[in-house]
Design a protein around this ligand. Structure first.
Ligand SMILES: Cc1cc2nc3c(=O)[nH]c(=O)nc-3n(C[C@H](O)[C@H](O)[C@H](O)COP(=O)(O)O)c2cc1C
Length: 190
């Protein structure tokens, strides 16, 4: 059983990273192998609708001149995919959406390899937009035939400066319960 956590913040050691790592830490405690995948310092281009993934049918994205392949490789190997994003003007970051757009399209053109993987989104913002962004990311899971457990609340958090999210104790408890539910669900499906 392998879980990955993609952190869609370009800011290193920020609030999204704290939340994604917290979730992965809980999974790790339950014996699940984890991998943290930040977008910080990476170049991730958007989908260019070339349909190269349909034409080649080799399970790769035709855009090769960036760092996307390492995310796609990890996504394919993972049983659990957690995606975290800060809210930027009411939405997920462009880096996060580029990964999801391209991975989703390659999957759909190559036998739906995302099908029945587990996971879910986490979002954080200073003041507003967490719910919209949570829903935005949830759409990706749902259209790709994936399975998302709930938690004691939506996986959303408040924080602006790096580390501020540590003060949002309800969010931390929500992430912990989300991780517990991922473990529980994975156990039921094993
Ligand atoms: C370009 C940009 C846009 C942002 N837009 C919003 C927003 O729409 N709503 C909000 O509450 N916070 C917004 N924020 C604040 C971030 O969501 C917040 O600082 C968050 O904790 C950043 O997460 P990070 O530490 O993982 O990078 C924005 C920040 C940036 C840099």
């Amino acid at each position: 059983m392998k879980a990955i956590g993609i952190c869609g913040s370009p800011r290193q050691a920020g609030n999204t990273e704290i939340l994604v790592k917290r979730c992965l830490g809980k999974l790790e405690e339950s014996g699940i192998e984890t991998q943290f995948l930040p977008v910080h310092g990476k170049e991730i281009k958007p989908c260019i609708a070339c349909c190269g993934c349909l034409k080649s049918k080799d399970g790769t994205c035709a855009v090769k001149d960036d760092d996307f392949a390492e995310y796609l490789d990890a996504i394919k190997k993972a049983d659990i995919i957690v995606v975290g994003s800060p809210v930027y003007f009411g939405s997920a970051t462009p880096q996060m959406m580029s990964i999801l757009d391209r991975a989703g399209y390659v999957s759909r053109m190559n036998g739906n390899f995302l099908s029945r993987k587990l996971g879910g989104p986490i979002t954080v913002a200073r003041r507003a937009g967490q719910n919209f962004t949570y829903a935005q990311l949830l759409y990706w899971f749902m259209i790709n035939d994936m399975v998302v457990p709930g938690s004691s609340y939506w996986n959303i958090a408040f924080g602006r400066a790096e580390g501020e999210v540590e003060n949002d104790t309800e969010a931390l408890a929500t992430i912990d319960r989300f991780a517990e539910n991922l473990v529980w669900l994975a156990g039921k499906l094993a």
